[in-house]
Design a protein around this ligand. Structure first.
Ligand code: SF4
Length: 417
């Protein structure tokens, strides 16, 4: 049953037979996905980046919209990062979007005649592209062989070749095995797509459908092998049951992630103030409602730091919570007015600030927390509770703020500008 005496023998007859069966199955059953209708490197590249840590179902909601908004690498390179982040909003892992944008700038600059990277090594020199992504882009867009090893292919490969658990932490063994699908390969790109498809629809992590698998008769384990879910460097298979028959720690409570507190400041009338999250921070480049980390503030307190330093809290509007992968955030949303002598926007050298009316703010690239705040403000404005926030007006940076219409409530008087 084992495909070869040497599981990594690249030209084994069994592997080539299995590949034929795999490709025939792929031709019959493959899902019609928008990126499979194209072969240009840009379209494949965008899809491969979106599919990192994200399901096909989710990516389907974003891919075509993104490609309409940025149809070529030139369009992406010329776009403002904020526009790219806005189109990425909801996909998560925003570093992918930042890297994609940066890499588009490099390709547009370095490959002015649109000579795309021609090897895995060249692709890997671009930000955000690892060996597997590089192999996928190259093989699918040019039909030249390059092995890949995303989570699905790693699982399929480990099971098919029966890679012993002792080798689980040896990625080179998996790369060698994955590479063996490429020998004398007439359809390199489709082979990689078929392997990914097999891992996504049949060779599932916990219950592989070996009865329907096109390579079952060549597979070393047929689902009977050890659990291949754990990638290198991650915890391995579950520990054996303890004396009670239950897995150790199976009833242990998951540790509660820490909660970070923050205040968000809403001017009593007129536009809202947003600030981009700084370089190297989580959600870098997305806009958050002006504020700062703090336990809480009460009505009558004076804001002591940040862009609205010197303003006075008049009331607490509401609070919002947001859950990140490793912490929670609780944000107290406060309405503020400028106190006498207060300044609006801190000193020189502050990062770019964006003022936007409540309706206009929905078009900005906001953090999840900022979006929750804006939606809640809109809901309250829509039912007439916060009538001041219905105001429409331009969206602008600090430089254009002074061009905004006069504030009827006078809340911006005394801003020291
Ligand atoms: S036979 Fe089963 S374990 Fe082997 S590749 Fe197919 S689905 Fe995966």
């Amino acid at each position: 049953m084992f495909p070869s005496d040497d599981p990594f023998l690249s030209d084994s007859w069994q592997t080539r037979q299995a590949r034929s069966s795999l490709l025939a199955w792929y031709d019959r059953t493959r899902r019609d996905l928008p990126w499979r209708r194209r072969r240009d490197p840009y379209a494949i590249w965008v899809s491969e980046i979106m599919l990192q840590q994200t399901t096909v179902r989710t990516v389907l909601r974003y891919y075509e919209r993104f490609m309409e908004r940025f149809p070529t690498v030139w369009d992406l390179a010329r776009a403002e990062l904020s526009a790219v982040l806005k189109s990425w909003e909801g996909l998560g892992y925003y570093q992918r979007a930042r890297n994609l944008h940066r890499a588009a700038g490099i390709v547009a600059q370095d490959h002015g005649n649109l000579r795309w990277p021609e090897s895995v090594e060249e692709w890997q020199r671009l930000p955000g592209i690892g060996r597997s992504t590089a192999g996928a882009i190259l093989s699918i867009s040019t039909d030249r062989w390059a092995p890949i090893l995303d989570a699905n292919v790693r699982r399929v490969t480990g099971r098919f070749f029966g890679i012993p658990s002792a080798m689980k932490d040896d990625p080179e063994r998996f790369w060698e095995a994955s590479d063996s699908w490429g020998a004398e390969n007439p359809r390199p790109g489709d082979t990689n797509q078929a392997l990914m498809e097999l891992g996504a629809v049949l060779c599932l992590p916990s219950s592989p459908s070996c009865g329907q698998c096109p390579v079952a008769s060549f597979c070393a384990t047929q689902g009977s092998g050890e659990d291949e879910r754990a990638p290198p460097g991650q915890p391995g298979p579950a520990a054996p049951p303890g004396p009670s028959g239950k897995s150790p720690g199976s009833r242990a409570k998951k540790a509660t992630p820490p909660t970070r507190k923050r205040v968000a400041l809403i001017p009593a009338s007129g536009p809202l103030l947003f600030e981009p999250r700084g370089e190297g921070r989580l959600l870098e480049g997305l806009l958050e409602v002006a504020g700062f980390p703090s336990e809480c503030l009460s009505p009558g307190d004076t804001v002591a730091e940040g862009a609205l330093c010197g303003w006075r809290v008049v009331e607490e509007l509401f609070s919002v919570r947001h859950v990140y992968s490793h912490f929670r955030e609780q944000v107290q949303v406060l309405r503020v007015v400028p106190a006498e002598g207060g300044v609006a926007m801190g000193g020189e050298g502050r990062a770019m600030e964006v003022w936007a009316s409540l309706p206009a703010s929905e078009g900005l690239a906001l953090t999840g927390v900022a979006r929750k705040i804006v939606r809640k403000l809109r809901t309250q404005a829509d039912i007439g509770f916060l009538t001041d926030f219905r105001a429409t007006g331009p969206t602008g940076t600090r430089e254009t703020y002074r061009d905004l219409p006069p504030d009827p409530g006078g809340a911006r008087s005394g801003q020291g500008r």
